[in-house]
Ligand binder design. Structure first.
Ligand code: PLP
Length: 410
């Protein structure tokens, strides 16, 4: 008998996986979610690195419903605007890690990265440097799945089989400034932008070495290029500051965001566009920026963003990330044994266990699921943790115990 397949062709999944292998998540409360059999799980990755405020917030449902009753959707192309979109952008400008930013809104992170790369190239053109099309990013960063974002992603398996990638996008190894300088010595006059996550997330959870992001800033200044920080994971409090840029004390020209801007209650992303990029775009009154998504500035999405930021502020969740990270890292360090579990690495409230070659991260994930914890195996054998910032001590204890038990059982 042929196994039944789900109607949904799932992202980052085996297309041949039978329907019986999927876990149906039906509800959530705080840092815990429930499947259709009633089994509970600690959501140790905040769904996919995003659920800052936790699941099941009636206040979020109310804010979104209220906006939907007034106006669920209307576009913001050309001369159209709406109050939630402008209010959310104003708030984000106030939080931004650079002075004088404006905000371009998208529906998610890949579109945000796509937008950042396009804006960097277009700003170079408008500033009189059409030859500056080169974008340098890092291995093993993750920037998304659309063609520019995939081309900038430093994970070869994600790039194989999809045909030619975007030209003029190259990767250097994550912390290797010498390699970067070799590329820049040859190609610096064509450099449009350097793109980097503050902490590499899905590519394996690698914080930058001290001074590294500042060194990227310096290279951009030296070569007339823009520094784009992809804060899709690090933004919105994940590192104990609103942005990773602030945690590492670096001023970006462009910041991409998504995920935590609504804690996932609506699909929203965007780009903070600093003065060096916005000014060339604004210089000529008649210039039209021919770029945008149907849902850029979606009113119900932006209402979710506003309500999410209000909750984060009221509950001090940015500050709480430090406490979550302390407890999480301490617990994870206790699981390091030097052979099967080599290290705990991370920053703020995003951490990972790096496994040795004998420990299968997918098998550990499955054993953790049995024990009521959802984490994500990524990159080199690694288990990633990025829990909601409202996670309780009891949930955290369960997370650590179940992870240890799962490793022992595999
Ligand atoms: N950039 C980073 C750093 C991410 O972690 C992700 C997703 O995990 C993306 C971009 C892509 O975002 P999305 O999946 O919303 O398209």
């Amino acid at each position: 008998m042929v196994a039944k397949l789900p109607a949904q062709l799932h992202p980052f999944a085996r297309p041949a996986a039978p329907v019986s292998t999927f876990v149906n998540i039906v509800s959530g409360q705080g840092a815990t979610v429930f499947d259709d059999s009633g089994k509970s799980y600690v959501d140790a990755l905040g769904s996919l690195w995003y659920c800052q405020i936790g699941h099941g917030r009636a206040e979020m449902a109310d804010a979104i419903a209220a906006q939907c009753r007034r106006l669920a959707g209307f576009h913001t192309f050309d001369r159209f605007a709406n109050l939630p979109a402008e209010a959310l952008c104003e708030e984000l400008v106030g939080l931004a890690p650079m002075e004088g930013a404006r905000v371009f809104l998208t529906s998610g992170g890949s579109e945000a990265v796509e937008t950042a790369i396009k804006l960097a190239r277009m700003a170079q053109v408008r500033a009189g440097h059409p030859e500056r099309t080169l974008v340098v990013s890092r291995r093993p960063s993750y920037h998304g799945v659309t063609y520019a974002a995939m081309s900038a992603t430093g994970l070869p398996p994600n790039q194989e089989g999809w045909g030619p990638l975007l030209p003029d996008v190259v990767q250097v190894d994550k912390d290797d400034l010498d390699k970067l300088d070799v590329v820049l010595a040859e190609e610096g006059s064509r450099l449009a932008a350097i793109l980097s996550e503050p902490v590499i997330g899905s590519g394996g959870v690698y914080p930058p070495p001290p001074g590294y992001l500042g060194a990227l800033r310096q290279r951009c200044d030296r070569h007339g290029a823009y520094l784009i920080l992809d804060e899709v994971i690090c933004g919105f409090g994940r590192l104990g500051t609103w942005w990773g840029a602030q945690h590492y004390g670096v001023r970006p020209d462009v910041v991409t965001f998504a995920k935590g801007v609504t804690s996932g209650y609506q699909p929203v992303g965007g780009v903070l566009v600093g003065p060096a990029v916005r000014e060339p775009l604004e210089a000529e009154l008649g210039f039209v920026l021919r770029h945008g998504n149907t849902y850029s500035g979606h009113p119900a999405g932006c209402a979710a963003g506003l309500a999410n930021l209000a909750i984060m502020r009221r509950e001090g969740l940015v500050e709480r990330a430090g406490q979550v990270g302390d407890r999480l890292s301490e617990g994870l360090r206790g699981l390091v044994d030097g052979s099967r579990v080599l290290e705990a690495r991370g920053a703020g409230a995003v951490w990972a266990l790096g496994f040795g070659p004998d420990l299968d991260a997918v098998a550990v994930r499955d054993a953790m699921l049995e024990r009521g914890v959802i984490a994500r195996p990524i990159g080199p054998p690694t288990m990633a943790f990025c829990p909601p910032l409202v996670i309780t001590d009891a949930e955290m204890n369960h997370l650590i115990e179940a992870t240890g038990a799962a490793i022992a059982a595999v």
